[in-house]
Design a protein. Structure first.
Length: 575
């Protein structure tokens, strides 16, 4: 099976869990549509019996019966609307975590970003379609032949007119689907591009303003916005054209039905009641078709969302359950590791071998593009090896549940990103109920405690996605505290001192020494020599391959020109 087929099967399984509710809605729809006959039958009786007999008692009885039947129809219609609203909510609730997880995994791999941004909206589009009146129109469609047959019973010519008119509206619906789909897809794609650009500019608002890029940024965003607006208007024009055509023709058809029935009344081929009853039946028969034409965008958006969501779920299958393993030792072994970044064909790392024992710190150095960050992402489980393996405490990384592995391996990426919330919540990994003792302990280990308590609200200071007024060094130290939260056995630091001053670098080295003294291990990807002063071992990468590996001073003396200055920490860079 292709990923899309696998994803569709998964979506169908979730939908099947509401099968009993769908059958209930179908049963209610049967009675609702049967009770729709109340109106034409009532008009038949009034025109053909009451007006002829002039019996007020008969009229009163008919009105009471008609009121009761319409009340029951309203109750059933209200009930099926409530059921479908809950079916949609249930479908979304059951898939929220699954889709969110798949979206985050795809985003971490950096593939198909446009679709990734839209996947959560795809799920919402399906939920809205289930809850909308247009979905109930699908339940009413099978009863359209019943109403057309009722019209034909009154007179064959009336039936022919209704059938031809209904066929024309179906043709309009098909043309609507065929012609509006490309315009709608293009409009959605343009809207996503404009929103993504606005989000990028907003995240980097400080840089945009400081570099005088605001006008240029606006011009680029406005260009994308204008394209989105233009395509949206074009798609709306197409949909509005078919909606107006359908609505106008339906009103004409009902008037034509009255005119034809009136002609038949004059010829004494039908009664006056048939003229009104046939018009009511025709309106009811065409209502589902008219609803589908008018609300086709809802169906189309949900249909497209179903397809893209199925592809995402198929490409990002559910992680298989794993046997819970005990807390591993801080012993990392990298064996013949080869890594091909997602979406690329060429390996960034080839046949890498290294080892970090408990109580050791491993420094990884090399020029830009040598594969340091790739190795960091692979060790933390973000990317999977194309060949070879990584063992932590004797077990391969694949044997750990991803959430559990994240508690064993702390990670400080090159670019520290904070999230909307308090500093305490950010350190605690966005936990809704942070453990205050663990938060403070992690901040103290990372040397961030003093700078946090100096803030007016301390750990309860709220920060934004861009860090707010925090400096780059403050954000990096808070990010280090987040990496150390929960006492991980292994700490992976990617350029940890890129934004730190001398005091911050000393705090970092102190944190590394404390980790080592507790029998944990540390891996540091570095350009600056201050970051590897606490390292016992050193791995040198070049063009994605291991150039050297061994004790720090020995490797430095063999591979680095300014090794004496690095050992003393008196140089500005590794050469």
């Amino acid at each position: 099976m292709t990923p899309a087929e696998t994803g569709r099967a998964e979506l169908r399984e979730i939908r099947k869990q509401s099968r009993a509710l769908f059958w209930t809605v179908g049963l209610f729809s049967l009675f609702v549509n049967l009770l729709m006959l109340t109106g034409p039958i009532f008009m038949l009786q009034v025109y053909d019996r009451v007006l002829g007999s002039r019996s007020e008692e008969t009229l009163l009885a008919l009105v009471i019966l008609m009121g009761f039947l319409f009340t029951m129809m309203g109750i059933l219609d209200f009930a099926r609307n409530r059921i479908m609203a809950r079916v949609g909510a249930r479908f979304q609730a059951q898939l929220d975590r699954r889709v969110f997880s798949a979206v985050m995994r795809r985003a971490a791999l950096g593939t198909r970003q446009g679709e990734t941004v839209n996947n959560l909206r795809d799920l919402e589009a399906i939920q809205r379609m289930f809850s909308s009146p247009v979905f109930l129109a699908l339940f009413d469609l099978p009863f359209v032949p019943l109403f057309l047959a009722g019209i034909a019973i009154f007179h064959p010519w009336l039936g022919i007119l209704a059938l031809c008119g209904g066929g024309f509206l179906v043709l309009v619906a098909i043309l609507n689907q065929m012609t509006s789909a490309p315009a709608l897809n293009k409009a959605n794609a343009a809207m996503i591009r404009a929103e993504r650009m606005a989000s990028q500019i907003q995240v980097e608002a400080e840089m945009v303003r400081s570099l005088g890029m605001l006008d240029n940024a606006y011009d680029r965003w406005n260009q994308a916005r204008a394209e989105s607006l233009e395509t949206s208007i074009r798609a709306a024009d197409v949909a509005a054209g078919y909606t107006s055509l359908s609505k106008t023709f339906r009103m004409f058809l009902q008037s034509a039905m009255l005119g034809l029935a009136a002609l038949l009344v004059l010829r004494v081929e039908v009664t006056a009641g048939v003229m009104i009853a046939a018009s009511i039946l025709l309106g009811r028969a065409l209502a589902p078709v008219d609803m589908l034409v008018g609300q086709w965008q809802v169906v189309q958006r949900a249909w497209k969302g179903w397809g893209t969501l199925a592809t995402t779920l198929g490409e990002m299958p559910v992680d298989p359950p794993r046997t819970a393993l005990p807390r591993p030792k801080a012993h990392l072994i990298v064996q013949n590791l080869t890594v091909v970044p997602p979406g690329q064909q060429q390996a960034s790392l080839r046949m890498i071998n290294a080892e970090v024992r408990p109580g050791e710190a491993l420094g990884i150095i090399g020029p830009s593009g040598s594969g340091k960050s790739t190795l960091a992402r692979t060790i933390t489980g973000v990317w999977r090896p194309a060949g070879g393996l990584i063992r932590l405490g004797g077990a391969t990384l694949e044997q750990f549940d991803p959430a559990v592995l994240g508690r064993h391996i702390g990670y400080l990426p090159q670019r520290v990103q904070l999230f909307d919330g308090t500093i305490a919540e950010n350190i605690a990994g966005l936990s809704l109920t942070p453990n205050s003792e663990a938060v403070v302990a992690a901040a103290q280990k990372s040397g961030a405690h003093d700078i946090i308590v100096d803030l007016p609200e301390g750990y309860d200071t709220r920060v934004s996605a861009g860090g707010g007024r925090l400096s780059g060094g403050q954000m990096q130290r808070i990010g280090l505290a987040r990496a150390m939260y929960g006492d991980p056995v292994l700490l992976v630091l990617d350029e940890p001192n890129s934004n730190l001053d001398n005091e911050g670098s000393q705090a970092l080295n102190l944190a590394i020494r404390q980790m080592k003294s507790e029998g944990r291990s540390v891996i540091i990807m570095a350009h600056r020599p201050a970051a590897i002063q606490e390292c016992d071992m050193l791995l040198v990468l070049e063009n994605g391959m291991r150039k050297a590996f061994g004790k720090r001073d020995e490797v430095l003396s063999e591979t680095v020109l300014n090794h004496k200055q690095i050992a003393r920490g008196t140089t500005g860079g590794i050469r």
